[in-house]
Design a protein around this ligand. Structure first.
Ligand SMILES: *Cc1c(COP(=O)(O)O)cnc(C)c1O
Length: 450
C-alpha cells in the first residue's frame, strides 16, 4: 500500500510522470480535438478505478491519458468554435499547476493575503479597463452564472434596505439575456419583467423606460448584456444606465463573454456606459485566456455586496474581523480556489498589450469570417457580427442538415462546431476567442458547407 501523505520514491516517480504529461499537453500545437464517448464505452475502457487497495498513480494516469482525455473535447483547439471556447495562455496554464500545489484557501485575508493581493491586482486592472471608480472591487467566482446570481443578490439586498418590500421582487431584462440570469431569478424566487429589444436586437434605454412605465412594480435591478452568448450583441448600455440612474435601479452588466471586447479599439465604443453599472461580470476563462474556472465579479460599491454576502458565525469572527479583503464576502461562496491567480500571473508575464492584441485577433477573425460568408453563394449572414460571434445560414439546410454536418466535422477531427437558432430558424454559429485560429482553416470549414 502506498503512503498517501509522504513524499516517497514512488511519489517522486509519479511527480516526474505527471509533470511530463502536463508539459507534453501544454506543448502540443495544436492539441488533439478529440471526441465524446458514451458512458458505457468509457466504463468498459477504463475498468474499475476506485478500489479498496488503489490502482496506483501510474495506472490512473495511464487511464486518464489513454481513455479519459481522448473522450474530452479540447476547448483550446483552434477550430473549436462551438459555444464559447477557451484559449488559456501558456503561462496561465503552467501557473495553474503552482496554484494546485500551493494549498491556498482564497476565502479571507487572514490566511490568503498574498494570493488575494495578486488576484485584486488583476481585478483592479479590469476595473480600470471598465472605467470604474477607485474603490471598486469584488472577487473571482466560478463563472458568469455564479457572478450573475451574486450581483443580483447584492442588488436585492440593497433594495430591501432602501425601500418597502413589494409583493413580488422583479428583475427587468431582455429575452436574449443568458439562461443563467433566468435561473438566478428562479433561485432567488423573483420574477422577470421582459423588455422588448430594438430592431438590432438590443436592450435600449427607451425600451426599458417603456416597460418600467407600463409595469415597473417591484423591479429592483436591470440586467444588460455586453455581448450576448448567441450572437455577440452589446445592449445599449449608456441608454439603459441613464434609465437605471433616474429610477434608482441597480444595473448589473453581464459581460461574461463580451467584456474582453473592452480591450479592442475596433469595438470599444459599443461598451460606452458600462462604467455606470453597479455590478459587472467578465469571464477570463472565456475571452481573456485564463484556464477554467475564472470569472471576475466587480462591484462599483463593494460595501453593498459585502452587506449582502457576509456569512456570520462564531468560527468566522476572527476572519471577518481581520483587516484586509475577504473575497468570501462578495458572492455566495466560502472556501475558494484562488482561481484568479493564473490570470494574474499571465497578465504579469506578458503585459496588458499582449492581451489587447489577442482580443483584437478574435474580433478580426469574426470580421474576416463574415466577409467569407458574404462571398459565398449558399451562405448568408443572419446579422453583422459585433464582437467575435458569427451567425449565418446555409441556404436550404434544415436543423438535421446542420447536425449531420457538425457531426461530420468532429468525426473527421476538422472542427467542433454547433448550430443554434436565430429568430426561430436553425443557423450556424462560430465563436472566435483563440488567436491561434487560422483563416485558412475557417475557409476550409466554410467550403465544406457548400
Ligand atoms: C457564458 C456566459 C454566462 C455563463 O458563464 P459561465 O462561466 O458558463 O457560468 C453568462 N452570461 C453570458 C453572457 C455568457 O456568455
Amino acid at each position: 500500500m502506498q503512503e498517501m501523505h509522504a513524499y516517497t520514491e514512488e511519489t517522486e516517480e509519479l511527480a516526474a510522470a505527471i509533470v511530463a504529461y502536463a508539459t507534453h499537453r501544454i506543448r502540443m500545437d495544436p492539441p488533439p480535438l478529440d471526441r465524446t464517448e458514451p458512458s458505457s464505452v468509457l466504463r468498459e475502457r477504463a475498468g474499475a478505478t476506485i478500489t479498496p487497495e488503489g490502482i496506483g498513480g501510474e495506472e490512473a494516469l495511464r487511464i486518464f491519458a489513454d481513455v479519459l482525455a481522448p473522450a474530452t473535447i479540447s476547448t483550446d483547439h483552434p477550430t473549436n468554435l462551438a459555444y464559447i471556447p477557451g484559449a488559456p495562455t501558456k503561462a496561465s496554464v503552467l501557473f495553474d499547476l503552482v496554484v494546485g500545489a500551493s494549498s491556498i484557501i482564497g476565502a479571507g485575508w487572514i490566511d490568503g493575503a498574498g494570493a488575494i493581493f495578486a488576484e485584486n491586482e488583476a481585478l483592479r486592472w479590469l476595473a480600470e479597463v471598465i472605467g470604474f471608480p477607485q474603490g471598486a472591487g469584488g472577487a473571482f467566482v466560478s463563472g458568469g452564472s455564479a457572478g450573475n446570481l451574486a450581483g443580483l443578490v447584492a442588488a436585492r439586498h440593497t433594495a430591501s434596505t432602501r425601500r418597502e418590500r413589494p409583493s413580488r421582487w422583479r428583475v427587468a431584462t431582455a429575452d436574449h439575456v443568458h439562461s443563467s440570469v433566468k435561473l438566478a431569478a428562479r433561485v432567488m424566487d423573483v420574477d422577470v419583467l421582459g423588455v422588448a429589444h430594438d430592431e438590432r436586437g438590443r436592450l435600449t434605454g427607451s425600451g426599458l423606460a417603456e416597460a418600467l412605465g407600463r409595469d415597473g412594480d417591484g423591479v429592483f435591478a436591470v440586467v444588460a448584456t455586453a455581448g450576448t452568448t448567441n450572437a455577440g450583441i452589446v445592449d445599449d448600455l449608456a441608454g439603459v444606465a441613464e434609465v437605471c440612474e433616474r429610477a434608482g435601479l441597480w444595473l448589473h452588466v453581464d459581460a461574461a463573454y463580451g467584456g474582453a471586447g473592452l480591450l479592442a479599439p475596433q469595438v470599444r465604443h459599443l461598451f460606452e456606459g458600462i462604467e455606470r453599472a453597479d455590478s459587472i461580470v467578465i469571464d477570463p476563462h472565456k475571452w481573456l485566456f485564463a484556464p477554467y474556472d475564472c470569472a471576475a465579479l466587480l462591484y462599483r460599491e463593494p460595501e453593498l455586496a459585502r452587506a449582502a454576502h457576509t456569512q456570520e458565525a462564531e468560527y468566522l469572527e476572527t476572519a471577518n474581523a481581520q483587516e484586509g479583503w475577504n473575497p468570501m464576502s462578495y458572492a455566495y461562496h466560502l472556501s475558494r480556489r484562488v482561481r484568479g491567480l493564473p490570470f494574474w500571473f499571465s497578465l504579469a508575464t506578458y503585459g496588458t498589450d499582449a492581451y489587447r492584441r489577442a482580443v483584437e485577433a478574435g474580433v478580426r477573425l469574426g470580421r474576416e469570417t463574415a466577409e467569407e460568408v458574404r462571398g459565398r453563394e449558399r451562405l448568408e449572414l443572419a446579422l453583422d457580427p459585433e464582437l467575435s460571434v458569427v451567425v449565418f445560414r446555409r441556404v436550404g439546410w434544415s436543423a438535421e442538415d446542420y447536425a449531420t454536418w457538425c457531426k461530420r466535422m468532429l468525426d473527421g477531427q476538422l472542427a467542433f462546431v454547433q448550430p443554434t437558432s436565430w429568430e426561430g430558424e436553425p443557423v450556424m454559429r462560430f465563436c472566435f476567442v483563440n488567436p491561434g485560429t487560422r483563416m485558412e482553416d475557417v475557409r476550409r470549414i466554410l467550403d465544406s458547407m457548400s
